[in-house]
Each structure stands twice: as structure tokens, then as C-alpha cells.
Design a protein around this ligand. Sequence first.
Ligand SMILES: [Zn+2]
Length: 129
Amino acid sequence: MRSGEREDWQRPQHVPGVELGILRRLRCWRRWKADLHADSVSDAPEAIRTRHAIVVGAPTHPKWLIFDCPCGAGHRVMLNLDNAHHPRWRLVTAMPMTLIPSVDEHSPAGHCHYIVRNGRINWVGRKDR
Ligand SMILES: [Zn+2]
């Protein structure tokens, strides 16, 4: 490592007017966040960035939450947010992401059961993640 490299990397960036945004982004950097939006399920991209989720529907009336499962096997998770349908999940906070209740899915990749709270994944009933 060249001298000074580490210091350069750690130096905070000051951009007038958006400090709060950067601080918030840094705080959430390693956490899950529902910060993407799509008008319909078919508008969701094929690849979703790691630790990001897409809210589908109007902000006042979200219908789906879509993300790629944190197990890393590459299967997509679609959770219903619409009051009119069951089962239903509630996106308590988007950034960082908190979901109620837990996500309990059986997929070709196996059984994925986890709690998303404060942007972190807490696996239920397994110690290897
Ligand atoms: Zn999974």
C-alpha cells in the first residue's frame, strides 16, 4: 500500500447541501434498503443490486416488495404489501429496511427463513449465515 492511500480513502467527502444524504447512505451502506421503485412487477429489472429492494406501486399504495433472496442462491422474493391480499408484509421502514413478519420461503435453493430488521438479515434456525 502506498503511503497516504488509506487516509485518502477515509477522508469524508463534503458536498454542500447533501451531507445528510451521504451520512445516511454511509450508515445504510452495508444494510438492506427498499430504495428502488417500479410502477409494475414487469418493470422490475432482471438483476437487482445486492441489499436493495424494489417497491412496486404508488408510494401511497405499495403492492409488492421485490428483492433477490439474501441466501445468495439467486432466487427472487416477492412479498405482497397490499392490504387487500394475504399473506401480507408490512414495510415498517424502507431505509434501512424493516419487514414484518419474517420471510419464510421454500424455493429450489432450499428453505430460507429470516427476519429483516433495521437493514440486517437475521436467519432463523441456522447458524451458518
Ligand atoms: Zn434464499
